[in-house]
Structures are given as structure tokens and as C-alpha cells.
Design a protein around this ligand. Structure first.
Ligand code: ZN
Length: 182
């Protein structure tokens, strides 16, 4: 999850773009094509995932991909066109953990302006302890709060979401937590 590299070529005609403020009252620099005048707008991307839980344990996946290879994470990834946030979160959970689960409520909404992303996590109730992780995962296993390798968690949004999940679980009431990662 890194900042996207700048656009180099026009998506319409392939000409090398220039970064400038378009003449249409815009206030930001955009990749503008000097040949066909196409303006390429770049906007934040949604990342969607789940907190799969089983009793007092949560499911974490050990990453088999960069960045943060070998670190632990919750199932999450970029939303695809044509799906809802909840469908995307369920798809990522299926792909990365291969678990049987039931989707539940939203738990965190986090803006991450440094990388141009918004992360949303849902709770997901696991229906079995059998996991069949995909190629992006080395290992998927359950952890109690005390067992979580906090120093080996891949992303701050995952760590913050896990903290909110266990806090709410102790209170016996789940809420939506909206905050910024700056
Ligand atoms: Zn062009």
C-alpha cells in the first residue's frame, strides 16, 4: 500500500503528459496531455477488509507479498469496480483466508491521506475453523488479544482496527469508529 507512481503517458493517445493546473478553474496540478488535452484525475482509493472472529480470537494472515512480506495482517485489499465496500471486504476475506464466514457491521473508517487511501473494515463471524489461504497468504491462524504479535502487524490501520475491535468486544457493544491516520 504505497502512493501510486505518477502518470507518465496519456491514457488516450500515449503522449508524454505534463503536470500543470488545467485552465478550467481547477486548483491542483494534474497530468495533462499536450497533444489531446486529456486531463487525468487521480483520487484516493478505498481499501476494504474484515476482522474475522471466532470466539475470543481473530484471524490474521501472514503476508506472502510485498510490501511487508512475512508480517501479519487482516484480510484486506483494493476495492474492485462494480462491487460494494461490503462485497469487496468479503471477496478479500475469501481470497486471502479461504474461510467460511458471515459479514457483520462496519467497525472502522480511516482516512490515510499520506498514501491517498480510505480503509474500511467490517466484522465477519467465522463459521468454521478451517482455513484455506490463497497465494497471497503464507499462513492464516487465530489469535487471542494477548497472543497477537503487535510488533509484527503489517499496517497501522490493521493495528488500530484490532484495538477498536477488542475494546468494543469488552464493552459488549460494537460501534463504527471513524478517524484519520496522519
Ligand atoms: Zn493524449
Amino acid at each position: 500500500m504505497m502512493f501510486r507512481s505518477p502518470i507518465k503517458h496519456c491514457r488516450n493517445c500515449g503522449t508524454t503528459v505534463v503536470y500543470r493546473i488545467p485552465d478550467d478553474g481547477d486548483t491542483r496540478e494534474r497530468a495533462v496531455c499536450p497533444a489531446c488535452d486529456t486531463i487525468h484525475y487521480e483520487n484516493p482509493l478505498p481499501v476494504v477488509g474484515t476482522v474475522p472472529h471466532w470466539g475470543d480470537q481473530v484471524l490474521l494472515c501472514k503476508r506472502n507479498i510485498e510490501p511487508r512480506w512475512g508480517k501479519w495482517t487482516l484480510p484486506a485489499g483494493f476495492m474492485e469496480l462494480g462491487e460494494t465496500t461490503e462485497q469487496g471486504a468479503a471477496r478479500e476475506t475469501d481470497e486471502e483466508a479461504g474461510a467460511l464466514f458471515e459479514m457483520q457491521g462496519l467497525i472502522t473508517v480511516m482516512s490515510v491521506p499520506r498514501v491517498g487511501q480510505v480503509h474500511l473494515f467490517y466484522r465477519a463471524k467465522l463459521l468454521s475453523e478451517a482455513f484455506n489461504p490463497g497465494h497471497e497468504t503464507i499462513e492464516a491462524r487465530l489469535f487471542t488479544e494477548d497472543e497477537i504479535p503487535w510488533e509484527e502487524i503489517a499496517f497501522r490501520t490493521v493495528k488500530e482496527t484490532l484495538h477498536r475491535y477488542f475494546e468494543d468486544r469488552r464493552k459488549g457493544r460494537f460501534e463504527v469508529h471513524a478517524f484519520d491516520i496522519v
